[in-house]
Design a protein around this ligand. Structure first.
Ligand code: IVH
Length: 679
């Protein structure tokens, strides 16, 4: 028999334990759901430590909803299957405004004259989850599976700190003790990248995107490992028999009140016009969210109207997904080929079953290098994930293991250059193979294309296909041959798709390029590691081709931003006999070998410009080019040496700095005048 006093002591300890749990829950909610913590990590750890200690002294008081019990249980072998009493439906998709308006028409027809409005939510690009709360406690978490039944992943989901183990039910809210919540598990981009970096360092396979990482994590059989992964949760659907809310909007507010994470970006829309507007907004703003979304979900707000609209097949008639143009797609990898770049870099290329991706159809994507293919274990025949982000070329980022055909073999990287047949080599510490044959046809074409390109010698009309044609005919073997093309005028005019006029134009463009500034010429030579900026720095520092060619590696390193690798590459380039011969021929062709000479021509020579804000008549690059063509210089920061600051709309801090330093400020009109005058 326990004495009365020890019973009292037990009660006190129990209430202390409960007090600690409430406090920790509150801090968890503030930290993981509201992102608004009020205590330091240290103080939080102290609370946790105290609770853990009390619980280990009094295991009889441990309850499953205690914050110490998120990670529990031993690794399992298999997940239990769970039937969903209310099926987990999927949504029909729309891809444009018209389809959204069609959805609205269907809703209007079905609801007759009644008024209705919408809630537009983010479509989280994660993994759907069903949570069951019993008596206010998290009792079950299940995946969607086929919609009718899924996996019991409760042990894993308990480790997600933004999922409350116990609902924060207020007085008078006890009727919500037994509810079901649906939502999405996902990872922030940042957490995903960090995790991938760590995996890479540990030699583990990386995940293609946050969604795959989330799905992979939820399938783990060891909750301890799941607890280490940066999963988070958003709820978007409440099922309750006792609820007295009558709208989706109201449900979201309730979920929030109960301590469940709800996105702040849900929006009430009075009509489809506002829905469309919201969709447009998110299509451009999606990258400013910390996690991935792939569209919006549009829901008729009133629950009574939702019930009347009902569902067809597997999707409700009261909701629809508006999907943004995908930046990732799945398709079959038909073959792997290799491409030879202008400096001989060998790049493996994925030959794909054509697929529509972010506004265009693609059938090729980069596979980066041999190690990348090995590391990602990508094989021909796989269903691969291709990604296009921003301006970059599409890339294969992974494959789908479940869809791998049996017998898919690992890819063997070739030993010879596919263009010239010479053996290829891989330098130590580098990921890429190189073809070192200077005469390799692919390299010759690449060098000429680069030389003629807009940012280099800007020879209009000498694009990829023309270069291809002229190289195949043997008319061009080196960039220097470009300046001998006029002696082949008749041959050119006789070519298919060519005539007198087009040949004339091409030769004129070639002629004009002779006066391109020295810096552009240097860039056009395509020296390894020498981009536009470095080329310009070299031109300014050495002033002439001769001085540059005569400089040692040490002297090269005197140029700002040029380190040993770049210096070595430039030095080696100019020591090469072939370079010397090429330079001799270019000199004879009358190209600009002198920085001062290229500058003198312009009326703005010696003047330094900074541009800030948006100009209406042209892009910033164009404005820079105009200035440079007139011999002026542009830099990115305002200093005492700046002569003019051109100010467009919404200028940055450079404007203020220019005023402070009393530098001449030009608005766009004044800038245009200055340029006109000096042309
Ligand atoms: S509501 C009956 N709301 O999109 C309606 N779903 O194809 C059930 N999703 O499986 C879904 N964000 O995984 C809803 N705000 C959101 C959502 C959302 C993402 C997912 C969910 C569902 C899929 C629909």
């Amino acid at each position: 028999m326990k004495s009365a006093s020890s019973q009292r002591a037990g009660k006190e300890i129990q209430s202390e334990i409960e007090r600690l749990r409430r406090e920790i829950r509150e801090h968890d909610h503030r930290y993981y759901v509201l992102a608004d913590p009020v205590i330091s990590d240290f103080d939080y750890d102290q609370l946790m430590r105290k609770l853990t200690e009390l619980e280990s002294q009094h295991p009889e008081f441990i309850t499953p909803d205690s914050p110490t019990q998120r990670v529990g249980g031993e690794p399992t072998k298999e997940f239990r299957q769970i039937r969903h009493p209310v099926p987990m439906l999927s949504l029909a998709n729309t891809y444009n405004e018209e389809e959204l308006r069609d959805f609205d028409k269907r809703v209007r027809n079905l609801l007759g004259d009644e008024e209705y409005n919408y809630v537009s939510e983010l479509k989280f690009d994660g993994v759907a989850l069903r949570l069951v709360y019993e008596n206010g406690l998290l009792a079950l978490a299940a995946t969607r599976g086929d919609g009718e039944a899924g996996d019991d992943i409760t042990a894993n989901v308990r480790t997600i700190r933004s999922v409350p183990l116990k609902l924060a039910l207020g007085r008078g809210e006890t009727r919500y003790r037994n509810i079901e919540v649906r939502g999405e598990v996902l990872m922030n981009r940042e957490g995903f990248q960090k995790m991938n970096r760590e995996r890479e360092e540990n030699g583990e396979k990386t995940f293609a995107n946050p969604r795959n990482a989330t799905a992979g994590t939820l399938k783990l059989q060891d909750p301890k490992e799941v607890a280490r992964r940066p999963l988070r949760f958003f709820s978007y659907y409440l099922i309750s028999d006792e609820s007295d809310v009558d709208s989706q909007w109201g449900s979201l507010q309730l979920l929030k009140k109960f301590g469940l994470p709800v996105s702040d970006h849900a929006k009430r829309c009075k009509d489809i016009g506002q829905v469309v507007e919201t969709a447009r907004y998110w299509e451009t703003e999606r990258d400013n969210l910390p996690f991935e979304i792939d569209g919006n979900v549009v829901k008729v707000d009133k629950l009574s109207q939702q019930r009347r609209l009902g569902a067809v097949a597997k999707s409700p008639r009261w909701a629809i997904a508006y999907k943004f143009a995908a930046r990732q797609a799945n398709t079959t990898l038909k073959d792997i080929t290799v491409q030879v770049g202008r400096i001989g870099t060998i790049t493996p290329v994925a030959e794909l079953e054509s697929v529509y991706l972010a506004g265009s159809t693609i059938s090729r994507a980069t596979l980066h290098n041999e190690d990348y293919i090995k590391e990602k274990d990508i094989r021909i025949g796989d269903t691969v994930i291709v990604e296009k982000s921003g301006d970059v070329i599409p890339a294969v980022v992974g494959y789908i293991p479940a869809k791998r055909p049996s017998g898919a073999k690992a890819y063997k990287f070739p030993h010879r250059c596919p263009s010239c047949g010479e053996p290829i080599t891989r330098l130590e510490g580098e990921a890429a193979y190189y073809c070192e044959n200077y005469e390799c046809p692919s390299q010759v074409r690449g060098r000429i294309e680069h030389f003629a390109s807009r940012r280099a010698m800007d020879i209009e009309g000498m694009g990829e296909s023309v270069v291809d044609q002229l190289v195949s005919l043997g008319l061009l073997r080196s960039v220097a041959d470009i300046y001998g093309l006029d002696s082949h005028r008749d041959e050119l005019e006789a070519l298919e798709r060519w005539g007198k006029k087009s040949v004339d134009n091409l030769l004129k463009a070639v002629d004009r390029s002779r006066s391109r500034p020295f810096g552009k010429l240097l860039y056009g030579l395509g020296i390894r590691h020498v981009g536009e900026r470095t080329a310009q720095l070299l031109a300014e520092h050495f002033g002439s081709m001769q001085k540059l060619m005569d400089s040692s590696e040490d002297e090269l390193q005197f140029v700002s931003d040029i380190g040993p690798t770049i210096a070595e590459s430039i030095y080696r380039y100019f020591q090469d006999k072939r370079t010397r011969e090429l330079v001799g021929r270019l000199r004879a062709a009358g190209l600009q070998f002198d920085e001062a000479a290229s500058l003198k021509k312009g009326k703005l020579s010696g003047k330094t410009f900074v541009i800030t804000g948006t100009l209406s008549a042209f892009g910033r690059d164009e404005a820079k080019e105009l200035i440079e063509n007139l011999g002026g210089k542009t830099t990115d920061s305002v200093s005492k040496k700046t002569d003019f600051v051109v100010v467009g709309e919404n200028p940055g801090s450079k404007y203020g700095k220019a005023q402070k330093l009393k530098i001449t400020i030009l608005n766009e009109v004044e800038f245009l005048k200055l340029i006109e005058k000096n042309k």
